[in-house]
Design a binder for this molecule. Structure first.
Ligand SMILES: Cc1cc2nc3c(=O)[nH]c(=O)nc-3n(C[C@H](O)[C@H](O)[C@H](O)COP(=O)(O)OP(=O)(O)OC[C@H]3O[C@@H](n4cnc5c(N)ncnc54)[C@H](O)[C@@H]3O)c2cc1C
Length: 402
């Protein structure tokens, strides 16, 4: 009887996981023995790393042809329950119906979502750019501001959270606001960060560059400030100060998909499942996890994958290979990705590119921006939907190691 690999999610890890599995099956001449199914709401890849840019409607890449070329079946729906003891999932289809899908091996790649803490007004009044629909809602709102009567609040955007995403959207906003509000407006962007330094998780390496860029772009940085409440007209800070703003963008931290809580094993503070070197769950050997749902070691030095697409793509390739290898009775391989880089978009100023876990600056300004543009418009996109191209790209040995 045919065996079945089920992949949950068509993000970076899911796409490359399904392709990685298809590659090994082909290489072993055993394609006819195993079916691969990928479940997600639609056969599309959302380019989440680009959701701070203007016109986010461009950030959806169709992948139906890619999956078909690799022999991967797509099923549209959302997995609601994983029954790992029975090796099956419950699936909610687009028409609202519930169905079951069995598997022999499961690859979980259901990604992450922004965490919204219990700040009053956050649900009703704060925008975000974590998911495509949220970025589209922000874009519609910014476009509509142009038709609203001029006021301080209309021209002011508060970005809450000075981490990676907060910095990228704050740096992009001056130009987006000028385009939306017209030449006569005086846009104001305020980046509010609870910590005493901007980009707390990025460390001191790139910080002076980030500060210089934001200053030149006219972005105000408010440090050691916590947003206590949000309403239609702005935010109230701890201590009572108020900023009048028609636009508030929340960029707090992300949490792994809730499906991780349905599987056995340890999870970290972000809800990510601890996985072994071959990206398998120690307490459920037929389940593998990759991307933002997995806490995986990248090297022997104690570093772990970030919730980032540079890790999700490569973890996907490894996990896809391993899930198929395990099913075919072949040895799995240990996920290793010792070379770590950061490339932070700084809007009209440029970008900053660092290498290593200490984030040593290697490039800034226009040169770094050219690299960022190449990453965001070429490297994170799948190649043309041709079987040989896709399977060659899905090889886990493509991971850049130095
Ligand atoms: C604004 C922003 C900027 C970023 N910038 C960068 C950057 O510069 N560099 C970088 O490396 N990373 C960046 N990231 C992070 C990067 O986008 C994520 O780490 C990456 O998308 C994770 O890939 P993934 O495949 O694990 O999950 P995702 O890309 O989130 O994909 C998850 C998939 O699972 C599906 N899914 C979810 N739940 C279910 C379910 N129950 N059933 C079926 N399917 C489900 C989703 O529909 C989706 O297809 C950024 C993220 C954001 C939001």
């Amino acid at each position: 009887m045919k065996q079945h690999i089920l992949v949950i999610g068509s993000g970076f890890a899911g796409l490359w996981g399904a392709l990685g599995a298809a590659r090994l099956l082909e290489q072993q001449g055993r394609t006819s023995e195993v079916d691969i199914t990928l479940v997600s709401p639609a056969p599309v890849l959302h380019m989440r790393p680009r959701l701070h840019e203007h016109d986010p409607a461009r950030m959806e890449t169709p992948i139906a042809a890619h999956l078909a070329a690799a022999g991967v079946r797509h099923v549209a729906g959302l997995v609601e329950r994983i029954h790992h003891r029975d090796r099956s999932v419950e699936l909610r289809g687009a028409d609202g119906s519930l169905s079951q899908l069995g598997y022999d091996r499961l690859l979980l790649t259901s990604g992450s979502r922004m965490h919204r803490p219990g700040v009053p007004g956050i649900g009703e009044h704060a925008f975000s750019i974590d998911q495509l629909d949220e970025a589209l809602a922000l874009e519609r709102h910014l476009q509509a501001l142009g038709a609203a009567p001029s006021s301080t609040a209309r021209d002011t955007v508060v970005v809450v959270g000075g981490g990676f995403t907060g910095i990228e959207i704050a740096a992009e906003l001056p130009a987006r606001l000028r385009a939306a509000l017209g030449a006569g407006a005086a846009p104001r962007v305020v980046l509010v960060e609870r910590n005493v330094a901007v980009g707390p998780e990025l460390g001191p390496g790139p910080r002076p560059v980030i500060e210089e860029a934001l200053e030149q772009l006219g972005v105000e940085i408010l440090l050691g400030a916590a947003v206590q409440a949000i309403d239609a007209g702005g935010v109230r800070l701890a201590g009572g100060a108020r900023i009048e703003a028609s636009t508030v963008i929340w960029t707090g931290g992300v949490r792994a998909s809730g499906l991780t809580a349905q599987l056995p094993g340890e999870r970290d503070a972000f809800g990510r499942l601890h996985v072994s070197d071959d990206l398998r769950l120690p307490q459920a050997h037929e389940v593998f996890a990759a991307g933002d749902v997995a806490r995986a070691a990248t090297d022997e030095e104690g570093n772990h994958a970030m919730m980032a697409c540079q890790h999700a793509i490569n973890m996907g390739r490894y996990a896809g290979h391993n899930v198929a290898a395990d099913l075919l009775g072949l040895a799995t391989v240990a996920y290793r990705q010792p070379f770590y880089v950061t490339c932070l978009d700084l809007g009209g100023w440029g970008a900053v590119y660092t290498e290593g876990w200490e984030r040593t600056i290697k490039m800034i300004g226009g040169r770094a921006k050219a690299l960022k543009t190449q990453i965001n418009t070429e490297w994170i996109y799948p190649p043309a939907p041709e079987r040989s191209l896709l399977l060659a790209e899905a090889d886990w040995r493509n991971t850049v190691v130095a």
